[in-house]
Design a protein around this ligand. Structure first.
Ligand code: TRP
Length: 449
């Protein structure tokens, strides 16, 4: 590595850290819920097609930019296209990271509260209504969620301030295998529950009549969020890749891990819910924090399963949070020329401040509405549905139409290791399929439906 900015030490480190970013709340609660809403099996096939045609090419585009420029998400564009306005795309990415951090750390704080409660035995002996109220009371509290958010940011700071190799890479190498083990244990347990087979049928039997145009759009949106693409997170991580890292292999591995974790999480949740005759139709936070505690308490050894589940959510979230923090830290570090520690402190402080606003949007600030949404929902909307799709389109256009052909060709074919035909197919995807596809979701997300 030519520069003094450090980097991932091994290929395993690259894959685990990048998969750590991708695997997060998006896989464990968002994917199962969206799959449930879109009728199960057929949606999973659609999701796989979207990963293949949009997700992997878009991830490779970001890798290509980051690995070539070896700089943060904004400076990378300045280096490849000096004197142009392209750096704004990266700058918007940095802002998106800050906004996502503001609410993502709050939700991760909720997982700590539930982890804590499962240890205290608080997730037992309650009715469906009591669990629902418990969650509402907790988020209505102006203090407790903020304390947990601060703890989450502090723990993330401890990792991220140690740098790329000793912080991000080391933490990912410990936390990702733990996450896989916990996930597999939960999946086996779920599959052994009586009636779990009905959940599996729902999940894997494709009923194409359940798919709508909206399903395609849901799949594209979910792929972007889940793979951490469209805002420079993957540019930042790939700026720490060594020269010999193979972009096709890396993106295929990360996409496979991310998808497997999503599908296995869906097995855990659907197997468990169908076994207890519950339909997977409750949205987002409700599913994981209101419905699941009620199911866990009915299972033999329920506290252990609840504990494992919230540990799983926490591990998945924290490795995603550090990737979002890194986007901003690399930017501040390289643009404002502040030390890594100082940059980490500034970003942590900003994150806590936004986290406070986001947590308060459930109580003291619930009157603040932007476009009819609370701050929490608005942050999710403006990032996932507006800024990330726009970023995805911009980056595809940058790689497809602006960056030097030879450079892209060398990166994609790994210096000629892969046949030119692969590069040609890639160019068709990134010049036409990806930008047109994302434009479609972007427009439709703005239309009322
Ligand atoms: N991909 C993560 C998840 O599934 C969240 C995440 C991390 C993310 N970094 C990102 C989303 C960058 C968008 C952009 O939960």
């Amino acid at each position: 590595m030519a520069t003094g900015r450090g980097g991932f030490s091994s290929k395993l480190g690259v894959v685990l850290a990048t998969a750590g970013s991708a695997v997060g709340l998006g896989n464990i609660w968002r994917f199962p819920y969206i799959t449930g809403e879109n009728g199960g099996g057929a949606f999973i096939l659609l999701y796989l097609a979207v990963i293949l045609f949009f997700g992997i090419p878009a991830m490779m585009a970001e890798f290509c930019i980051g690995k070539t420029a070896k700089a943060n998400a904004s400076k990378a564009f300045e280096i490849i296209a000096p004197g142009s306005k392209w750096y704004i795309v990266g700058l918007i990415g940095v802002i998106v990271a800050v906004i996502i951090l503001g609410y993502y750390t709050v939700v991760t704080g909720w997982t700590l509260e539930y982890l804590f409660r499962s240890v205290l035995g608080d997730l037992q002996g309650k009715s469906v209504l009591e669990y629902s109220n418990m969650f509402d009371d907790f988020t209505a509290d102006p203090v407790r969620p903020i304390l947990w958010t601060a703890i989450v940011v502090f723990l993330s700071y401890l990792i991220i301030s140690k740098g790329v190799q000793n912080g991000i890479e080391k933490a990912s190498k410990v936390m990702m295998p733990m996450l896989f083990i916990v996930l597999i244990i939960l999946a086996i347990r779920s599959l052994m529950l009586p009636g779990a087979a009905a959940g599996m049928k729902f999940l894997f039997y494709p009923d194409f009549s359940k798919l709508t145009l909206q399903s395609l759009l849901d799949a594209v949106g979910q792929v972007f969020f889940s793979m951490s693409i469209g805002m420079g997170c993957m540019i930042t991580y790939s700026s720490y890749f060594k020269k010999n890292v193979d972009l096709i292999k890396t993106s295929a591995s990360v996409a496979s891990i991310d998808t497997l974790v999503a599908i296995i999480s869906a097995i855990v949740i659907f197997g468990t819910m169908f076994s207890f005759h519950m339909q997977p139709d409750e949205q987002g936070p409700g599913l994981v924090f209101k419905t699941l505690p009620n199911i866990f308490q009915q299972m033999a050894g329920g506290i252990v399963w609840a504990l494992l589940f919230y540990i799983l959510l926490f591990l998945a979230s924290i490795t995603s949070i550090i990737s979002l923090l890194e986007v901003v830290i690399a930017y501040i570090n390289e643009t404002w020329h502040l030390s890594r520690i100082k940059s980490s402190r500034i970003v942590s402080a900003i994150t806590i401040a936004l986290g406070v606003l986001s947590a308060l949007s459930f109580n003291l600030l619930s009157f603040v509405k932007i476009g009819g949404m609370g701050l929490f929902d608005f942050s999710d909307f403006i990032t996932a549905k507006v800024l990330m799709p726009l970023g995805g389109i911009a980056m595809a256009i940058f790689i497809g139409w602006r960056m030097g052909r030879e450079e892209v060709k060398n990166e994609i074919t790994n210096m000629g290791k892969y046949p030119v035909a692969i590069y040609k197919i890639y160019m068709v995807l990134i010049r036409f399929v990806v930008p047109i596809g994302i434009t479609a979701i972007f427009i439709s997300s703005l239309l009322p439906h």
